[in-house]
Design a protein around this ligand. Sequence first.
Ligand code: M6R
Length: 343
Amino acid sequence: HYMLKEIFEQPDAIRNTMRGRLNEDEGTAVFGGLNLSPKELRNIRRIVFTACGTSWHSALVGEYLFEELAQIPVEVEYASELRYRNPPMSDDTLVFAITQSGETADTLAALREMKRKGHPTLAICNVVGSSIAQEAEGGIYLHAGPEIGVASTKAYTSQCVALAMLALYFGRLRHLGYADGRRMIEQLQALPDKISEALESNEAVRRIAERYVECDNFLYLGRHFNFPTALEGALKLKEISYVHAEGYPAAEMKHGPIALVDERTPSVFVMPRGFIYDKVMSNLEEIKARGGPVIAVAEKGDDRIRKVADAVVEIPQVDEWLQPLVSIIPLQLLAYHIAVLRG
Ligand code: M6R
């Protein structure tokens, strides 16, 4: 299936997204097509990302990255809503449309509306020469290669990488130092191999899919950098296997949705180690207390999770800001295998 082929193309896809865009000497990223000078970009005080579906999820990853690395306020807007809204936006707001195809009607309409209001508009887009690529005033091509599968996989991780490089670039325009920039570049360069390592979970994920294939409801839970991963994992399952799934920030469960948990509703916890790990663990224990099965996506060598989860998929360790890039891999595979097993 194209979906599986494209899942496995991700190490190469992100290599292509990064190619020629990391400048080690200056400890920053470089982009040829933004068409805005560093001086103009330094004056940007607010960023709006607008997109649909999976691209909207990568925008959420972008929001966390920009807040953390560039300390610029970011808003993530559904393009289908933004196009009909009239939010007050200051002059120093930059708008990014994020899209694989470059042809999504709502994203194009939101971009046009923002452009009409006089905001600088850029695109993060995969398809060269597409409508959105042409109408934006500049932007970044993903170079992820054609995405044939309807379920977006390699475009998603390429978008996340493009946003990580952009956050590095904006950070370096402001308060990120050279040494931080160099360290982040090294981590980005190591990422394709980390994704290859995450792909080695394929067989383990297939076995987990066999175990839970009869379930008709799944919850996907994560926090901070891994909250968008939970949303995207749930969308992949819904879209490709026609199984109901909900993504939530793990701590929101106790505010109502926990009522859904029973022994036939698995919760997929995205919980690589990091500052929020203990908090997610206590959210997990609440689910266990209600008898819900837990599938955990956790880091290699995490012995603690093995004692509490019903199934564990291992992913390699990466710095927290890059976790969304590896934690999504087993969830793409899980959606794929459940879809195939359900026919
Ligand atoms: O081409 P786009 O990125 O603009 O498409 C937006 C959504 O339609 C798309 O991401 C959709 O959600 C995916 N097929 C989900 O896998």
